[in-house]
Design a protein around this ligand. Structure first.
Ligand code: PMP
Length: 355
């Protein structure tokens, strides 16, 4: 606390990201990063950026990246917004589209950045409980008066996907509210809402390069939606930072989309490991929610999750544990490479056998 802080800063409770410890040999399964490196084409493209290019500001509109994304996803460049990680894209969506007089709705168990942004931007919000089976019940959202709706699909940290038909029904029920679908994990077997953007001017789909494209360190995210929604976000972005996308990030992101075979191969490998790891954990007595993400959310019927997380940590494996009352018996475990998954299962076998 300092006398120099603004009244707003005094009220903030910042988001706490999963830790990034600098311990050699650590098996890091706590922040849903991709265990595989980015495509070699990404590294080559970034190496090809010249010193002279870095001397100059980047294109404020990131038009090469927007065109690449537009071609791949079959939309127009003016239906795309790009930003410094999807966290930044989400921040612009909150400011531009989700601040209204009625409350913003999101699940009680979800990405914990949503309430942080709502508080930062002074947006009133209501948390809608997940069902007993930890699913998003879209009919609960349809019933309420609201200024906007946001949820991840698949949801985080549960990993449970929502069928497209339910999203479409919600878009129909709420034509006057923006519905933001945060598809950070959709490439691991979820159903994207992107094909609906031309039919629903109130739909914004947010994506990231951090998970399925192995580029969490590059900080690239984007949103796809009706051109008027995108224009609103551009107005905020151009009132805040003209150049959120640096030249290296644009070169790497464009090259990632150029290597579709690699993308398919690595996402498939992660989905296969997820299914194997789910089966192994179930053999150990865990209940595992049906995940379509690059992580699983699992609970043991008798051993407290805090204890398991501590036991794993002592053996240099870190996973995520949330102290939220409804989910404090769960561990969120990112899918690692096959060797990391094997070591995780081996260590959990040891820890559970002691009880
Ligand atoms: N949305 C969800 C649901 C996430 O879990 C994350 C990753 N923590 C993000 C968005 C943000 O990802 P990034 O800023 O790396 O694109």
């Amino acid at each position: 606390m300092s006398q120099f802080w603004s009244p707003l800063v005094r009220t903030l409770t910042p988001y706490v990201p999963g830790e990034q410890p600098k311990i050699a040999g650590l098996i890091k399964l706590n922040t849903n990063e991709n265990p595989y490196p980015p495509s070699p084409a990404v590294m080559a493209a970034m190496h090809a950026v010249t010193a002279d290019a870095l001397r100059l500001y980047p294109d404020p509109d990131s038009s090469v990246l927007k065109q690449t994304l537009a071609d791949y996803h079959d939309v127009q460049p003016n239906e795309i917004f790009v930003g410094n990680g999807s966290d930044e894209v989400l921040a612009f969506a909150f400011m531009a589209l989700l601040k209204h007089s009625s409350p913003l709705l999101f699940p009680d168990i979800t990405y914990s950045f949503y309430p942080v942004y709502a508080n930062l931007f002074g947006i009133d919000y209501e948390e809608i409980p997940l069902t007993d089976t930890m699913e998003i019940d879209t009919t609960e959202y349809a019933k309420r008066d609201c200024g906007g709706i946001i949820f991840p699909n698949p949801n985080a940290p549960t990993g449970i996907p929502l069928p497209l038909a339910k999203i479409e029904a919600l878009l129909n029920a709420k034509p006057d509210s923006v519905v933001v679908v945060d598809e950070a994990y959709v490439d691991f077997g979820g159903e994207s809402a992107m094909p609906l953007i031309h039919a629903y001017p109130n739909l914004l789909v947010v994506r990231t390069f951090s998970k399925s494209r192995s580029l969490a360190g590059l900080r690239v995210g984007f949103a796809v939606g009706n051109a008027a929604l995108i224009e609103g976000m551009e107005r905020v972005k151009n009132s805040f930072n003209s150049y959120p996308m640096d030249r290296l990030a644009v070169a790497g992101a464009v090259a990632s989309y150029g290597d579709d075979a690699y993308f398919r191969q690595t996402t498939k490998a992660i989905m296969e490991s997820r299914e194997e790891m789910t089966a192994e954990l179930e053999k150990l007595g865990f209940s595992v929610l049906p995940s379509r993400a690059n992580f699983i959310f699992a609970r043991h019927p008798s051993i407290p999750a805090v204890q398991l997380a501590a036991g794993l940590r002592e053996r240099a494996i870190i996973v995520r544990h949330f102290k939220h009352p409804r989910i404090d018996q769960y561990l969120r475990i990112s899918i690692g490479n096959p060797e990391e998954c094997r070591l995780l299962v081996q260590t959990l076998t040891l820890l559970t056998s002691r009880f």
